[in-house]
Design a protein around this ligand. Structure first.
Ligand code: SAH
Ligand code: MG
Length: 212
């Protein structure tokens, strides 16, 4: 079921990098995966735009969405780079801090109680994680180091039938960086995943085998 108008309004009002069509595909994948009764994991919270959609699906199924970010921004979001937003700099610290905007967005959406936000580096959090999960959404750092770390840290926790969703997958280097695409290829080549859908750069895979 598509999100309610007020949820979509909160999504549209949140800062971030998730277009509506890809967001709806993420939401559909999350609703299906949430039926497993296991937590939904997001790597790359930023200001909570995609988190709102995962949280809405989590609410519907009575599970929890867990979103992981150090909140200091990716390489391309730092001052002087293409995706920098001066509004999310903490003037006292002189560094990016997207946590306040995230908390405001989640509050506005009325979804706080369905989300656990973890502030930290993805590989460090993954190393502490031991529970099976129903969905892993990889939308964190776009260098090979970060994207590979997200895959290696989180994909092994996916339950059978769980969803691996990867954003910013571009087969053509002219369209964007290749690290998420390489992770997507690697997941398919592992034999552990089958592709379910693709909505522009958002690819949904299902865990159908072992290995990862
Ligand atoms: N999902 C968001 C966009 C995420 S942008 C949306 O819908 O708008 C990518 C985010 O990943 C940034 O906030 C950045 O701080 C975070 N990030 C990058 N590398 C990370 C890492 N290694 N661990 C945790 N967070 C990371
Ligand atoms: Mg993205």
């Amino acid at each position: 079921m598509a999100p309610k108008p007020e949820t979509l309004a909160a999504f549209e009002a949140a800062k971030g990098f998730m277009p509506l069509d890809e967001g709806l595909a993420l939401h559909a994948a999350a609703e299906e995966a949430a039926r497993l009764g296991l937590p939904l994991i997001e790597i790359g919270t930023y200001c909570g735009r995609s988190t709102i959609l995962l949280a809405d699906a989590a609410r519907g199924a009575g599970v929890t969405a867990v979103t992981v970010d150090h909140h200091r921004g990716s390489e391309e979001q730092q001052p002087g780079w293409e995706y920098h937003d001066p509004e999310v700099v903490d003037p006292e610290v002189g560094r990016m801090d997207t946590l306040p905007a995230f908390r405001r967005a989640l509050h506005a959406a009325g979804l706080e109680e369905h989300v656990v936000a973890v502030v930290g580096r993805s590989p460090q959090v993954a190393a502490l994680w031991a529970a099976p999960v129903g969905l892993v959404f990889i939308d964190g750092g776009h260098t090979d180091e970060h994207a590979t770390g997200d895959y290696e840290g989180w994909a092994p926790h996916l339950a059978p039938g769980g969803a691996l969703v990867i954003h910013d997958v571009f087969a053509d280097p002219a369209d964007g960086g290749q690290a998420p695409y390489r992770v997507y290829r690697r997941a398919l080549e592992s034999g552990a995943f089958t592709e379910v859908s693709a909505t522009r750069s958002l690819h949904v895979l299902r865990r159908t085998g072992r290995g990862v």
